[in-house]
Design a protein around this ligand. Structure first.
Ligand SMILES: [Zn+2]
Ligand SMILES: [Zn+2]
Ligand SMILES: [Zn+2]
Length: 198
């Protein structure tokens, strides 16, 4: 499911760092759930990001509509359940294949459930919306709809919220114990969007 050109080995040293963290946080880009989890902590708790960007991408934090993901409305029989069609998805250089069901299930070591979901109000063939961004999508794209009717689509458990917050607060602690603190944080020159710092 990995896309051409998205081989984690092909990433430069700088590309492997989170594009948003003020201190260098190296991510394992071959581990999509870990990347989704880290980015989810930004989407939930990075006030500078939330104040600046609308609907950031769950893989790279670039603002909507930079990265476009597709979730087939009727996944092929046999696969069952929702999934992301990465071959059709465009714009995100950081996207990786991942197991949808696992990524959309909150677990103690991976609490975030932020995955692209299908908006039931958008026309067939419309791009997916990241779960954490769905309330924003609803307010901006379907302002006449009652948010309460669709709250279940972006619902998270208190355990998930607690876990994501704890993960956000410990993001630098983890880095210091596992990575070289001398590694500089630089965005690659060809990174497609510029993320403001806090
Ligand atoms: Zn980060
Ligand atoms: Zn992206
Ligand atoms: Zn919609």
């Amino acid at each position: 499911m990995q896309r051409e050109g998205s081989d984690p080995q092909a990433l430069t040293k700088q590309d492997r760092f989170c594009p948003r963290c003020d201190l260098p946080v190296e991510l394992d880009w071959s581990n999509a759930p870990q990347v989704l989890q880290h980015m989810a902590t930004h989407i939930r708790h990075d006030r500078g990001l939330v104040a600046t960007f609308e609907s950031p991408c769950g893989f790279c934090l670039c603002p909507h509509p930079q990265c476009v993901f597709w979730t087939p409305r009727n996944p092929c029989a046999g696969h069952g359940g929702p999934q992301v069609d990465l071959k059709k998805s465009t714009g995100c250089e950081r996207a990786r294949g991942f197991k949808y069901k696992a990524a959309s299930t909150s677990k103690p070591n991976s609490p975030s459930t932020n995955v692209p979901i299908t908006c039931p109000l958008c026309a067939d063939g419309s791009p997916a919306v990241w779960k954490y961004n769905f309330p924003q999508h609803l307010a901006h794209v379907h302002p006449r709809q009652d948010p309460a009717r669709f709250a279940h689509l972006s619902k998270t458990s208190s355990a998930e919220e607690y876990g994501v917050k704890a993960s956000w607060e410990s993001r630098h602690v983890v880095r210091r114990t596992t990575h070289n603190a001398k590694a500089p944080l630089q965005l690659s020159v060809d990174h497609r969007c510029v993320l403001p710092t806090m």
